[in-house]
Design a protein around this ligand. Structure first.
Ligand code: ADP
Ligand code: ZN
Ligand code: ZN
Length: 743
């Protein structure tokens, strides 16, 4: 058989789909696969140029007589571009989609934007002068000016973009201070030498025993030239970030580079500055607000070796470091590491693959590891590193559980339990701060009984039903439907209803209880404007409010030393969302919300309000006992054949014509049945949880199998079916492996 290779000539162009086909000479066949660099004759003059192999196929695209041959395989080591192309090919294979979609994910496209200069702010005053000016700002209540000046007194030179994006200072404020000769805006050249900078700051943290042990284990493997995947488990404040930094310092001292992924919401000013303080100019950050051009610039700097450390969300994983030594994924349990667009890759898996290609170590860190990672660590696939206690030996907060059914019995129908209200009064009196946390995930509306706590569930799936319009209850897993009951099927109470309290409503209620308290609210509505998220956090941090009410957004990010009370208003709201990860999400949210209390010198208290005080996710969160939680949860996953014990593949069929989507899903279910894969479980086809979005109908099939590879093989088969039939243009088909949450 004759094979052909589709080759891309210039990956810096936007038209990544422009490929050229060449014939593969037999003697080269074994060395040709996606990512390999080859020499080919090009154009009418047949000059020799380089290209990268994207795909190998036995199907010629045009007259085979006219297809030229590949000249040779370039042996000179795998180039970074080749590695990223190979990674894209792996992603396409494992997550579905087209090669072009995969390439666009890993290779940033060059834009015709002019290079932006990097600017920084430099303090022009001595500390004494600055202190004087600061007190004058404070007297005039010029909060933004004071905030900026205070930061400049800490760090005499700060990156302009960081000030704008992370410190939430407007360019007008900067101009004003520039006008007053407090600061100057400079084309950035400082911190060229991180060592000199280090000296000026002094880096004096000495790792404790647990941290040292974790660092040493990774380093000893590195020295032996082995890259493993590690799971670093340690409660918040146990010093994980210091461990990351120590590892990074080692890696760059060996002339290698490091990537650190961090959820965007946790990429706060404080975190960024910690890295700048230690590594200076050699660090760069990525964020989603950057234009493709800015992103490209950052990648270019990495490629040219101007930086060694890239910090950013998911996409930072594709930073083209030529000599990558380490990938860190902080808060590895976060859902944001799973892409929601095709290819629907998971950054954890993809990082492990990239690490393998580059010979780099991968460190996953979390206070509440994903079930998946902990399971794999227990299986010996990842190496488990544990930080057993908080660095400063601060005790964990005292945690009270309030049974909301008892509150109702006692005649309290308020959103605040008596215990929480009492503690709030006390905190307000002592001028300490309070955070009230509402679990937003549940707001989509499960139906529960306010008397006995009963939640209406699907009879087939062990997940709660969601309230849809017309009082219909729908299972988001199997499509089961029923009418919402008017009285509780368990206790016949008429207090049964969809639970829909939003943050705004809670703000009103709390304001009614405590008319004198200053309240800030943080949710989807109040943070839609650019910079408002940071603005609310810094206002609360500066003591401009007594109570912060919010969704899970407030769980992460800043440390508020003056917060000594955290109230979790309805802890179980996330427990009944129609999703097998509900218990895991609840545990994570509760543990992290509780971790917000008592970060400073004052001890903290937590009140968890729940209808379900006996649930293991709540009981184990109260004790911050991850191991106990894991044991319960993994037993449930084993029993139900859910990930990580089994793997899932969700196939989504979309079409403007409902019948077309349904027909396609039925045809595919037949293809799947014919494949006769042992141990495969198929659920559906059925209507998707949200069966119609913007007039597009959606059908789904869920597949479960213990082996990921079997699902990949099945996906390949379905892709082949699509190619061969060629009569399904009307229907979009998307694959989603181990879907995180609903669709
Ligand atoms: P985590 O990332 O696990 O939440 P951090 O690394 O942020 O923990 O550490 C929490 C706090 O303790 C930080 O202020 C950090 O600077 C400090 N810290 C960490 N390790 C040490 C140490 N060995 N000695 C002194 N302070 C430390
Ligand atoms: Zn009831
Ligand atoms: Zn169901």
């Amino acid at each position: 058989m004759i094979f052909f290779a589709n080759i891309i000539i210039d990956i810096s162009q936007a038209k990544l789909d422009k490929t050229f086909q060449y014939r593969i000479p037999e003697e080269l066949l074994s060395g040709i696969h996606p990512g390999v660099k080859v020499s080919v004759p090009f154009g009418s003059g047949n000059r020799t140029i380089h290209g990268y192999v994207l795909e190998v196929t036995d199907k010629p695209e045009f007259d085979t007589e006219k297809i030229k041959e590949i000249l040779s395989v370039e042996e000179e080591g795998v180039e970074i571009s080749g590695q990223l192309i190979a990674l894209a090919a792996w992603m396409r294979k494992n997550y579905g989609g087209t090669m072009n979609q995969a390439l666009k994910t890993v290779i940033p496209v060059k834009q015709k934007e002019k290079l932006k200069v990097r600017r920084s702010l430099k303090l022009l005053l001595s500390q004494e002068e600055a202190a004087e000016v600061l007190s004058s700002y404070e007297k005039k209540h010029s909060r933004a000016r004071a905030r900026l000046l205070r930061e400049l007194m800490e760090h005499p030179e700060i990156d302009y973009d960081i000030v704008i994006h992370k410190l939430n200072i407007t360019s007008a404020v900067i101009k004003a201070l520039e006008g007053q000769k407090v600061l100057s805006v400079e084309i950035r050249q400082v911190y060229r030498n991180p060592v000199a900078h280090l000296k000026s700051r002094g880096y004096d943290i000495v790792l404790n025993g647990f941290q040292r042990e974790a660092v040493n284990e990774v380093l000893s493997h590195m020295e032996e030239g082995q890259g493993f995947t590690y799971l670093l488990h340690g409660v918040t404040g146990s010093g994980k970030t210091e461990v990351y930094m120590e590892l990074i310092a080692h890696v760059i001292s060996r002339g290698k580079a490091a990537i650190m992924l961090i959820p965007e919401i946790a990429l706060t000013y404080q975190t960024v500055m910690r890295f700048y303080d230690r590594f200076g100019e050699r660090v760069s950050i990525l964020n989603s607000k950057m234009s493709p051009g800015e992103r490209y610039d950052q990648f270019l700097r990495a490629k040219q070796g101007e930086i060694d450390i890239m910090i950013g969300p998911r996409s930072a994983l594709f930073t083209p470091f030529a000599n990558l030594g380490l990938i860190i994924i902080d808060e590895e349990h976060e859902n944001s590491y799973k892409s929601e667009t095709v290819p629907r890759y998971h950054a954890r898996e993809t990082a492990i693959k990239r690490g393998e290609m580059a010979g780099a170590s991968v460190v996953l860190g979390s206070a509440t590891p994903s079930l998946e990672s902990y399971y794999r660590a227990k299986q010996g696939e990842f190496k488990l590193l544990t930080l057993k206690q908080r660095v400063k030996e601060k005790p964990l907060p005292i945690c009270h559980i309030v049974d909301l059914r008892e509150e109702l019995k006692a005649g309290n129908r308020s959103i605040l339990s008596r215990k929480l209200k009492e503690l709030m009064e006390e905190r307000l009196r002592k001028k300490q701060q309070i955070m009230l946390f509402l679990n937003r995930r549940g707001i989509s509306g499960f139906v529960s009984c306010r008397s006995c706590g009963e939640v209406i569930k699907c009879p087939h799936c062990d997940v709660s039903l969601s309230l849809h319009r017309n009082n219909k209850l729908v299972c988001h897993y199997c499509g089961y439907e029923t009418k919402a009951p008017k009285i509780c099927p368990l206790c016949s109470s008429k207090y049964i209803s969809g639970f829909k309290a939003g943050t705004q409503k809670i703000e009103e209620l709390v304001g009614g209880c405590f008319p004198k308290a200053r309240i800030l609210r943080m949710d989807f509505d109040t943070t839609r404007k650019k910079g408002s998220y940071e603005a609310i956090l810094s206002a609360f941090s500066a003591g401009e409010a007594d109570i912060l009410i919010g969704t899970q957004m407030i769980v992460k990010g800043h440390d508020f030393p003056n917060v000594t009370l955290v109230g979790i208003l309805a802890a179980d709201m996330s427990m009944y969302v129609s999703d097998y990860t509900a218990g895991e999400r609840t545990f994570q949210l509760l543990t992290q919300a509780a971790g917000r209390a008592g970060r400073g010198s004052l001890p903290g208290e937590v009140v968890i309000q729940t209808y379900n005080p006996g649930h293991y996710a709540i009981k184990t969160a109260q004790k911050q006992d991850y191991e106990a939680f894991y044991q319960e949860e993994i037993t449930y996953r084993k029993m139900m054949h859910y990930p990580p014990v089994y793997h899932m593949l969700l196939v989504i069929f979309t079409s403007e014509e409902e019948s077309a989507a349904i027909q396609a899903s039925i045809r595919f279910s037949n293809v799947i049945k014919k494949a006769a894969i042992e141990n495969l479980q198929m659920i559906g086809p059925a209507g998707a949880p949200v069966a119609k979005v913007k007039d597009i109908y959606r059908q789904v099939i869920y597949l479960k199998h213990p082996e990921y590879e079997s699902l990949v093989a099945l996906k390949d088969r379905m892709e082949l079916f699509i190619k061969e039939k060629q009569d399904m243009e009307q229907v979009g088909i998307t694959f989603d492996f181990d879907p995180a949450g609903g669709i």
